[in-house]
Design a binder for this molecule. Sequence first.
Ligand SMILES: [Zn+2]
Length: 303
Amino acid sequence: MRLNEPAFILAAIVALLATNRLPSFAEARHIMRQQGVSASSQQVGNRAAVRNSEQVRSARRVRNLMYHDGSLLPRPHLHAIYWGNPAKFPSDFVTGMNDFLQAYGGTGYTDIMTQYLTPRGFLSTLPSFEPKADSWEDTSEPAPDGALDAIGNEACSFAEHVGGGPDPNGLYVIMTSNFPAHVNFCAYHASWSCPAAPSITFPIAYLPNLNKVRGCYLGPRFTSPGVTNPYSDGVRSNANAAAHELSEVVTDPLFEGWFDNRGNEIGDKCNFRFRHPARLSDSFAWQIQELWSNNNRQCIQSE
Ligand SMILES: [Zn+2]
């Protein structure tokens, strides 16, 4: 991994703010906290603020996302990597996650992000993903600890497998059959460069197997009335984490995009906050977390 110095410093600050611990070079990543692992910034919402009649003062209390003049990734080429023994994933995992990743873009949910893209001259059409054209099942033993170098290099292995080198417009989603021990995250995103192509930096998202993982697993939530979805709780829990990470990669792929003055990104500010299920383009209802809307000054479920 190689970043220029200002980028590294910023990424390090972001990681520090996100994790409240000193990051090493290998920890330039942005985690999705587990439920119950609190950060004061996670409680920031404007529900109390909007009740305050002092509109000007209350507005100041809302920490909107700010743009940091770096790149955005409104149309990522999605590369889905399933790493590990297939028997250790939920049986419907590859089918379910491929379906989710394809159904995610161009919906009322992803339309929330247009406010961060259109003012900067990007097309208003939100990400379209084609994971079926570009997914890979690597049945070798996955990294035991979810370490960034191992996860990043798995994207490089995939690029070698496909040929042609890493995709500069790619978003590599690495999903492992295991869940690392002793971590406080459900998922993370980061930037990475392959040793064989150090000039190409691209975003990656790491999604370990969240099936039955306390603080990340959402099974019981899906029993609410009106939610129809054919996939297992494990798939749906991973889809929620994917929604968080993908939205952050679109709006802050290399940690120079949109985040608030505490380093929280579009998903962090609404971590595990749900309203109605989001109906995606596969017509299924997915219980995926809300995203922060600067326009609404709060978390919302769809535009
Ligand atoms: Zn996050």
